[in-house]
Design a protein around this ligand. Structure first.
Ligand SMILES: C[S@@+](CC[C@H](N)C(=O)[O-])C[C@H]1O[C@@H](n2cnc3c(N)ncnc32)[C@H](O)[C@@H]1O
Length: 204
């Protein structure tokens, strides 16, 4: 079923080219199934204001933009100018001009506090995995009621369910999953696509 889900929404040449650039630069983009889920979430929620933590090579960026309405603005944060350059190339090839994406270069935990409370419809988390618990807290603050946070790679290729794994990344992911499941403000959903896309909508 997972293989079928992963192949259910085949990608076009724009995202295939972005994946090639990602591989050349050592960037791990969102998987095919997760990319399809992001387009779905942005479209279903009519997400006009979106934050992406980790621009990478722009696979997630374009997947989100494809679901957003025309007037939507995506804010993409990354520490690496070179990655943001790749993201701009991917956006341009997909037909999205610079007016649709606000790039902010910097560490996510320094940039996020500058963004407004309750002003965003969707937040994608895909940057430094050890910082996921802190990104989650910031994302919940940024969301309007009904808004959605999506965290990529929460399965960490199966490592988080292995109790022998005690490294910082596995611990951070376990803490994040626990926080999403126990936060009474959130409706959690774990989508078994790609390496696990953990979603939660803000109740109220
Ligand atoms: C897994 S990649 C993102 C892939 C992207 N979502 C895509 O689909 O192409 C992670 C990105 O997060 C960036 N990053 C790592 N640590 C960061 C931090 N502390 N703040 C902001 N960005 C960070 C990396 O430079 C990298 O581009």
């Amino acid at each position: 079923m997972r293989t079928r889900a992963e192949r259910f929404s085949p990608e076009d040449e724009v995202l295939a080219a972005a994946r090639e650039r990602a591989a050349e630069h050592g960037i791990v983009p969102v998987g095919v199934g997760a990319a399809a889920a992001l387009t779905f979430l942005a479209s279903a929620g009519r997400a006009r204001a979106v934050v992406e933590i980790g621009s990478g090579a722009g696979v997630g960026t374009v997947s989100l933009l494809r679901g957003m309405p025309r007037e939507g603005l995506l804010t993409s944060i990354d520490t690496e100018v070179s990655h943001q350059r790749l993201t701009r190339i991917t956006c341009a090839e997909a037909g999205f001009g610079s007016g649709r994406v606000r790039m902010i270069t910097g560490r996510a935990l320094e940039v996020l506090p500058r963004l407004s409370d309750g002003a965003y419809d969707l937040v994608l988390v895909d940057a430094a995995t050890v910082e996921y618990p802190l990104y989650l807290a910031e994302a919940v603050r940024l969301l309007r009621p009904g808004g959605v946070v999506a965290l990529d790679n929460v399965c960490w290729t199966g490592r988080i369910t292995d109790p022998a794994r005690r490294d910082a990344v596995s611990a951070a992911l376990r803490e994040t999953v626990r926080a999403v499941r126990t936060d009474e403000r959130l409706a959690p959903l774990l989508l078994p696509v790609s390496d696990g896309l953990l979603c939660a909508s803000l109740l109220g």
